[in-house]
Write a protein that binds this ligand. Structure first.
Ligand SMILES: [Zn+2]
Length: 153
């Protein structure tokens, strides 16, 4: 059960996060994929309309509606969310509460320093990866499991 993420998706994600960072704002990107849960192939880095500041982001309900329409048209589903932090990469309480992905095994990636130091090559090392557990808690994926959880394609 490994998530496959094409390198160009990672590159586009970093680009979106950095554009937020240029405004000193967090940013969120949704990874849309197809295939069985936990073994999806990511097909698109989707940037929903968002309200963001230095230390938070929100997706307004109109933007959620746009997302739902997009998912229906493309037949993709939201596999993972990726968002940036000004500093350290960790899942904050707000992140737990506001996570867009909510299915069991969902993945949430937190990128440090607005993605400033991120490259496609170091993305998985720099990024903190959390998974929603069976009892609905966000648990960090240990380093030794990352390779089995996400793979660059
Ligand atoms: Zn956060």
């Amino acid at each position: 059960m490994t998530l496959l993420v094409p390198r160009e998706i990672v590159a586009r994600t970093i680009d979106i996060l950095r554009r937020g960072g240029a405004e000193k704002c967090e940013a969120v990107v949704l990874w849309l994929g197809s295939g069985p849960r936990g073994a999806e192939r990511i097909a698109e880095a989707y940037r929903p309309d968002q309200i963001a500041d230095k230390d938070f982001f929100r997706i307004p309900s109109a933007a959620m509606k746009d997302l739902m329409g997009h998912l229906r048209r493309t037949r993709l589903h939201v596999t993972a969310q990726v968002h940036s932090h000004p500093g350290r990469a960790f899942h904050s309480e707000a992140d737990d509460e506001w996570a867009i992905v909510r299915h069991r095994g969902a993945l949430s990636f937190v990128v440090p320093r607005f993605g400033a130091g991120s490259t496609v090559a170091n993305f998985m090392d720099q990024t903190a990866i959390y998974r929603l557990s069976d009892d609905d808690r966000w648990i960090e994926v240990p380093d030794e499991e990352v390779l089995h959880t996400v793979e660059l394609a």
